[in-house]
Structure formats: C-alpha cells, structure tokens
Design a protein around this ligand. Structure first.
Ligand SMILES: Nc1ncnc2c1ncn2[C@@H]1O[C@H](COP(=O)(O)OP(=O)(O)O)[C@@H](O)[C@H]1O
Ligand SMILES: [Mg+2]
Length: 378
C-alpha cells in the first residue's frame, strides 16, 4: 500500500500538519522532542493503532479537550487507480475510523493490504527484554497473517483475566465446593482458548523464524547462524511439535489441574500461553546470555524484515514501514542493509542525526520544530 497524503490536527504536540508523501522514502529530521515520533504515531494510529499507548486519551493535546483528527489518502496495488480515504477522529477515549465512509471494522476486511510495520528503538531489546515483547511479536505476526488470531488471543486474555479475578476473590472468602466447580469451568475454557492460541502461533512461527535466520545470516556474511525456538510453558518439545489439537487440549487441562492448589495460594494462573517465550540462539548459544550488542541489533533488524517479507508474500503487497529513530542506533552496515531490503515498501524514517540520512539519495524530507513540519527538499 501507499499513503499519498496525510492531514492531521490536534495530535499531541502537533496542532496541524499536511503532507504529500513520496511513495518511496520520507525522512523527518529535527531535534529531540519536536514531534517526529508523534507524527509517526498519528499515521500508525489512523491506519491501525498507536505503537506507544493503548489509551487514546493520551493523544489529546495536553490540557485541552480538543479532538485529534487524521485523514489519510491511500492506494493499494490491487486497485492502483483508486484513492481511498481513511478518516480518524478521537473523542475522549474513543477512536472512530472510517474508510471511504464505511465503518472501519467492516471496511478493513476489504483492505487486508493495509499494514504498518513499525521499528522502534525498544525493538533492540526484543532478544534480552521481557518475554511480553516476544509474545507480542509472535501474536502480532500471526494477526497480520490471519485476522482471526487476534480474536483468539483476545478471547484467551479475557478468560485469563476472569479466572485470575476469581482466584483473588476466592482467597478472600475461602474456596467452597461450588468454587471448585467454577474453577474447573474456567480451566476448561482456558485450555480450549490456550490450544487455539498455541496453534495460531505455531502456524507462523517457523516461517518467521526461518526468514529471520536468513536475514541475519545475510547481515553477517553467513558467518553466524541465528535460530529461534518457541518455549511452551504447557507442552514438552515433543508435544508442541507433534500433538494434535485434541491431545493438546487434554495435556493443557491436565497441566492446569496439577497447578490448581498452587494457583489458589498465589492467586494467579501459573501455566499457559501467557507464559510462553521465544528464545534466540546464535551458533547454538543462548543469545540472552552471550550475544553482543551488535548481534542483538542484527536480530532485531532481521525480525522486522522477516515480518515485512511474510506480509508481502501473504497479501501480495508491501506493508508501509516506519523506522522511528532506529537508524542512528544502527551502524552503517546494518543501516544500508535495512534500506536496501525495504525497497518495495513505502518508508517513513525519523532521526535527529542528519548524517544518518546523508546517503539516502531519493527522498522527500521534512524538518520538525515544536510540532510544526516544514518540507525542506524543494
Ligand atoms: N498529549 C500531548 N500533548 C502535548 N504535547 C505532547 C503530548 N504528548 C507528548 N507531547 C510532547 O511531544 C514532544 C515529544 O514529541 P516526540 O514526537 O516524541 O519527539 P521526537 O521529535 O523526539 O520524536 C514532547 O515535547 C512531549 O512533551
Ligand atoms: Mg522520537
């Protein structure tokens, strides 16, 4: 997809902005805290979701009751002559979006090509940071390949929250026989949902893992091999690889049952897909313990490139890519690698350091100052 035009107003520190983008590379320079990331967030938020917050109310300019509004004109390769208009308005904590006047939820089904891959400095901690980031990575990848995965994983989290609330409450009042029954009902639901999440993740994990390894090897002149491994908190390696859904359900239920006593004592669910993790190995050694800063950065670059490639293969179109403040965190080799591998995508790059962009020849450029963007390439 290509974003041709964006207008926005009242988005965080940006009072107003209008942009006619290049369908290749768009660069936003300027000092820190001027609004570059805010602009990227506005674009991502209009198209899909913010990459900084789950609370829409944060996007409202401080101290005001204004409504942030964005309007995006975009094209998809499948119908190149058609310009689509996406409007987005934030009222308090509600985000209302429409595509060509149709409610977003319905309209987006017609536009599976609509996708933003965001690469932010926090990604550089993916290998060593908290497991949530890695679970999010695989869920986000599965969502992008199959929209149903999002429904499945949200359902799991809803049941998990309800069960955990139940565990907390039962501690206060002591557990009765009916509580025991109630708990086994939660566990049954949780096992079903957990198996669905496991299968949804598993379906795309090996492709993500293979593509990431390929990009990593290219980035390191085939000198090192990166491998990814999914760690299930429920299934053994053998079970994860080979068990069929019915068998998985039985194993999952049994594991939950075994933990019941302990869960009642600690008041939360101790086993399940919310505790799974992905481990990275470089030449067979756990990257978390052994990898250098550079190796970890390569892995992060490779992961985002792998996602973009998977998306392209699945939907036949390149996603748009936002590189927010990451180029300055990468050395020259990784920087040019990433730039030469995203040529099919429309790219939005931000950074403070002009030298990072010096080698990018064909690009449209803006400078941000205090929430105001000025185009500087003309
Ligand atoms: N809701 C908001 N209202 C007004 N200003 C905000 C809001 N949220 C963040 N800001 C301001 O935006 C600026 C940061 O913008 P950002 O886009 O992150 O900067 P950068 O150019 O470094 O990427 C900061 O000055 C911050 O205080
Ligand atoms: Mg920034």
């Amino acid at each position: 997809m290509i974003v041709e035009h964006l207008t926005l107003k009242n988005f965080r520190n940006i009072p107003f902005g209008e942009f006619f983008f290049s369908d290749k590379i768009n660069i936003f320079g300027g000092n820190n805290a001027q609004g570059k990331t805010n602009l990227m967030e506005a674009l991502a938020c209009a198209l899909e979701k913010s990459f900084r917050t789950l609370r829409a109310s944060e996007l409202v300019p401080d101290g005001s009751r204004l409504s942030p509004e964005m309007s995006v004109d975009f094209r998809v390769d499948a119908y190149p002559e058609k310009i689509n208009i996406l409007s987005c308005r934030i009222d308090g904590s509600y985000i209302k979006r429409k595509i060509n006047g149709i409610n977003y939820k319905e309209a987006v089904k017609l536009y599976p090509q609509l996708k933003v891959i965001v690469f932010i400095p926090e990604d550089l901690y993916i290998v060593k940071g908290s497991p949530d980031m890695r679970r999010e990575l695989i869920d986000e990848t599965a969502d992008m390949m199959n929209k149903k995965h999002h429904v499945v994983s949200s359902n799991y989290l809803r049941i998990l929250r309800q069960k955990n609330t139940f565990l907390v409450n039962s501690e206060k009042r002591g557990i009765s026989e009916t509580d025991q029954i109630q708990l086994s009902v939660w566990n049954e639901e949780l096992a079903k949902a957990g198996v669905n999440v496991t299968c949804g993740r598993k379906k795309y994990f090996s492709t993500l893992s293979n593509y990431t390894s390929e990009f990593y090897s290219q980035l390191n002149n085939n000198k090192e091999k990166l491998t990814l491994k999914y760690h299930s908190s429920v299934f053994s390696e053998e079970e994860y690889e080979n068990a069929q859904p019915e068998e998985m359900y039985e194993i999952y239920s049994r594991k939950l049952e075994e933990k019941t006593e302990r869960e009642l004592a600690v008041c939360h669910t101790l086993v399940g897909v919310h505790r799974d993790d992905i481990e990275f190995f470089i030449d067979g050694r756990p990257a978390r313990d052994y990898a250098s800063q550079g190796q970890i950065r390569s892995a992060a670059v490779a992961l985002r490139l792998a996602q973009a490639k998977m998306f392209r293969e699945r939907w036949g179109e390149a996603p748009i890519i936002i590189l927010d403040d990451v180029l300055s965190e990468l050395d020259e080799t990784r920087r040019s690698f990433i730039l030469s591998h995203i040529v099919e995508s429309q790219v939005f790059i931000t950074g403070c350091n002009k030298n990072d962009f010096a080698k990018i020849a064909e690009a449209r450029r803006w400078e941000a100052e205090n929430g105001v963007f000025t185009q500087i390439d003309r």
